[in-house]
Ligand binder design. Structure first.
Ligand code: CO
Length: 217
């Protein structure tokens, strides 16, 4: 199939999807047009093989989404921070999920000693995670196993970055939400693995430096 045909097919698929939903989920589009009220905020990798709605079995309207290379939450990234802020303060999501995945190109790139041009500062934040855990990582001889461990550690660190945010701390102390979760999607078998991020424990561990609400005793 030519690129042009592939492009055209998107509109045909869109039509069929609309017709199918009219039967399977009557009233869905009307409901969605009125408002969104998702319980979940998903922060994942831009990788085309990891599609949040499909992976989680959620319908349109059920998950608010932010994606970037290697599912990063960087303290100066206005885009990610705005999505999190909007999700927590306005949509009042109950869960924020950071989802990393094995086979992540961003993590692979950060493990190479290569110049990636404009990507360098982005990859730097992943290399910073490697640096934090270099002792553990360097002890893993198998490259693939080391990659997988960095995917996990990086995802966990992004969960930690989320709870360093004032609006997260404020909302959590006031309402008990949002909860924060770190997941890994295994690209080989499409299974999700929970890293069991313990928000309460992690918040207690960092609050002497990162608390900005004055609520932590
Ligand atoms: Co990726």
């Amino acid at each position: 199939m030519s690129e042009q045909d592939k492009y055209k097919q998107i509109f045909e698929a869109n039509n069929s999807w609309i017709e199918k939903n009219k039967v399977d989920n009557p009233g869905l589009f009307k409901l969605l047009a009125a408002d969104q009220n998702p319980d979940f905020l998903y922060i994942g990798c831009s990788d085309s093989r990891v599609h949040p709605n499909q992976v989680m079995g959620l319908k349109p309207g059920e998950v608010f989404i932010h994606r970037n290379i290697a599912n990063m939450v960087i303290s100066t990234d206005l885009s990610a921070l705005s999505v999190i802020n909007y999700g927590v303060e306005y949509l009042k999501v109950k869960y924020i999920i950071v989802c990393g995945h094995y086979g992540c190109g961003g993590i692979h790139a950060a493990m190479e000693k290569s110049d990636y041009g404009i990507l360098n500062p982005w990859l730097r934040s992943i290399r910073d995670v490697y640096h934090m855990y270099r002792k553990e990582l360097n002890a893993i001889e198998d490259t693939e196993a080391r990659h997988r461990r960095l995917v996990e550690l990086n995802t966990y660190e992004q969960c930690r970055n989320i709870i360093k945010m004032g609006e997260i701390q404020k909302s959590y102390y006031e309402t008990g939400f949002p909860k924060v979760a770190g997941w890994i999607f295994d690209i080989e078998d499409a299974r999700l693995h929970d890293l069991n991020f313990d928000l309460e424990y992690e918040l207690n561990k960092i609050k002497d430096i990162y608390d900005i609400t004055g609520n932590a005793e």
